[in-house]
Write a protein that binds this ligand. Structure first.
Ligand SMILES: NC(=O)C1=CN([C@@H]2O[C@H](COP(=O)(O)OP(=O)(O)OC[C@H]3O[C@@H](n4cnc5c(N)ncnc54)[C@H](OP(=O)(O)O)[C@@H]3O)[C@@H](O)[C@H]2O)C=CC1
Ligand SMILES: Nc1nc(=O)c2c([nH]1)NC[C@@H]1CN(c3ccc(C(=O)N[C@@H](CCC(=O)O)C(=O)O)cc3)C=[N+]21
Length: 283
């Protein structure tokens, strides 16, 4: 089998065009969705992601504000800032770029964001709502993967999905969203024995480990769908967790890195911000 490549980048462009029109309609009602991104420190990868988010939100007509703070910022200063942003009526969505410097407690920061402005979907209230199948802000990368599958007409109901990775940001929530859609879900992680025995069972394989080349064709069942979430910089080039060529030879569908899941993540961030604006403004 030779896989069809699902270009998240193209899908993202389509969805963002739909959003641009929606934002234009909202503006006629006097609502401009506003996203504030907080970046602490000078990590080049984070700076590049954050710029991507700002550019994308402005392109769909939203208001975007980037607050850059030095790595020396104290936890208290950050919590005070979040408190102000929670109260600011022009701010509909708040995102604090992760990871944070070691002296700041990430969980405390996540919990300081008003759940109704938590467009990352990381606040425990929103995580709980997702678990119980309520409507809420879903984490952007998992949600982007769901939309990619849907728009590629790949049904998940009854499928065996294997997720490699169990982080709170990606692995766990993507498995939960798939379970909510009636998939049978297996999680693998660094203590999993015989990884390929599990991955070879997958109808849909989601790889979010952050290890370049962890998965290759020998891990994949013929005809499986392979979603590569990994973003690794190897010799200054971006690459996923999946060895693309050997995997594509086995899979029915596969996502590339770059131009795969990443652009969908940003798109769902914009989606969540529009949703937050509508809710806050009572529309
Ligand atoms: N495209 C996008 O939009 C996004 C991409 N990413 C990328 O996705 C990847 C994962 O991100 P994130 O979840 O935050 O990363 P984490 O480092 O938080 O989690 C990695 C997970 O992979 C598991 N793992 C690590 N090594 C192995 C292994 N050899 N075999 C099996 N499992 C393994 C870990 O297991 P254990 O729990 O046992 O430690 C852990 O659960 C990264 O490359 C990141 O850059 C992240 C967010 C968005
Ligand atoms: N609070 C928070 N929310 C996040 O959603 C969040 C975060 N922190 N910290 C870091 C990770 C990573 N992440 C990515 C987003 C877009 C691309 C993306 O668009 N990648 C492009 C390539 C971009 C490039 O060329 O550098 C692509 O895959 O085609 C990748 C990774 C969001 N994250």
């Amino acid at each position: 089998m030779s896989a069809e490549v699902i270009y998240g980048k193209d899908l993202a462009a389509e969805i963002r065009e739909e959003m641009r029109q929606e934002v234009a309609r909202m503006k006629q009602d006097g609502i401009i969705p506003g996203l504030t991104v907080v970046l602490i420190g000078e990590d080049p990868a984070s700076q590049s992601y954050v710029k991507g988010k700002k550019k994308a939100s402005e392109k769909v007509g939203m208001k975007s504000n980037l607050i850059e703070l030095p790595a020396s910022t104290s936890q208290e200063e950050l919590l005070d800032l979040l408190n102000d942003l929670n109260k600011d009526v022009g701010v509909h969505g708040i995102l604090v770029q992760l990871p944070l410097p070691d002296h700041i407690d990430e969980q405390a920061v996540i919990e300081a964001i008003d759940p109704s402005k938590d467009v990352d979907g990381f606040h425990p209230i929103n995580v709980g709502r997702m678990m119980t199948g309520e409507d809420t802000f879903y984490p952007c990368t998992p949600y982007g993967i769901m939309v990619m599958l849907e728009r590629a007409n790949i049904t998940v109901e009854g499928k065996h999905v294997v997720v490699v990775g169990r982080s709170n940001l990606v692995g766990k929530p993507v498995g939960q969203l798939l379970l909510n859609q009636n998939a049978t879900v297996t999680y693998c992680h660094s203590r999993t024995k015989d990884l390929s025995a599990h991955t070879r069972q997958a109808d849909i394989l989601i790889v979010a480990a952050g290890k370049a080349g962890l998965i290759d064709g020998s891990h994949i069942k013929d005809g499986a769908v392979v979603i590569d979430v990994g973003v690794n910089r190897v010799n200054d080039k971006l690459t996923g967790d999946v060895d693309f060529d050997s995997a594509a030879a086995k899979a029915s569908y596969i996502t590339p890195v770059p131009k795969g899941v990443g652009p969908m993540t940003i798109t769902m961030l914009l989606h969540n911000t529009i949703k937050a604006a509508k809710r806050i403004e009572g529309k």
